[in-house]
Design a protein around this ligand. Structure first.
Ligand code: G3P
Ligand code: MG
Length: 235
């Protein structure tokens, strides 16, 4: 059985602007085992790493990601909103994150819109060394990905008390893991995951007391914005 797995949520998001290469490098330096990131599709069909459907919150631009071309997205500053120290940090394209991670770090690629699913299946064969876990709240999309790729590791996200239904869907798809919002974790859920060989990775947990409680419940790891705080207390 693997040890407790620390996923850096959007990178080390307490230390650096979320979903940027500098946040991912900070996560690796902090001892994270893997990095969670969010992907959307640009207007011209390129997978870009950003959480929101709109660029306003995390860049100096405006508009929907899906309506902006890659060249327009790449001109945006995705760092200054967090701190002037990160001025000019761009929105990454997924290719460069896969190149950067190599086989050192696992990447949890969270698909934020269905249109990105096909593009991801087209991209991943170019990165045979990549260690990925693909997740989404869109369980139909995950089922479609499974139909098109029998081996892609899949994680089922959810944020309500529907875990029995999600578990059934995940088992039908041969998923690797369930990713509940952290307050949806319960003893029966942990037991059902263990019985069925699914890993359980709750999100997003930064509070040390809550992290201890989840570890006592024997989840397999968790998503945190502060991977240093978690990974240095892991053993
Ligand atoms: O993948 C875990 C978590 O990132 C899901 O929610 O909104 O932070 O993408 P969100
Ligand atoms: Mg996410």
């Amino acid at each position: 059985m693997m040890g407790f797995f620390v996923w850096a949520h959007r990178g080390a998001a307490v230390d650096a602007p979320e979903n940027t290469l500098v946040a991912f490098a900070a996560a690796e330096a902090a001892g994270a085992d893997g990095i969670e990131l969010d992907v959307h599709l640009s207007r011209d069909g390129v997978l870009v790493v950003i959480h929101d459907e709109w660029v306003e919150r995390t860049t100096d631009g405006w508009g929907r990601v899906a309506e902006l071309r890659l060249a327009e997205l790449r001109r945006l500053d995705a760092g200054s909103w967090f701190s002037p120290r990160f001025s000019g940090e761009p929105i990454p394209v997924l290719d460069e994150v896969l190149d950067w991670a190599g086989d050192r770090l696992r990447l949890n690629i969270e698909i934020k819109e269905a249109a990105a699913g096909g593009a991801l299946l087209d991209l991943l064969p170019h990165y045979p060394r990549a260690q990925v876990l693909v997740s989404s709240f869109d369980h139909r999309l995950l089922a479609e990905l499974r139909r098109r790729d029998a081996r892609l590791p899949l994680g089922f996200l959810f944020e309500d008390d529907s875990w029995r239904r999600v578990l059934r869907r995940a088992l039908v798809c041969g998923a690797e893991s369930l990713h509940p919002r952290e307050d949806c974790v319960s003893r029966p859920l942990v037991a059902a995951c263990k019985d069925n060989g699914l890993a359980l990775y709750p999100w997003t947990v930064d509070d040390p007391g809550r992290i201890r409680a989840l570890r006592r419940l024997q989840v397999d790891g968790l998503f945190t914005n502060d991977p240093f705080a978690v990974s240095c207390k892991r053993n």
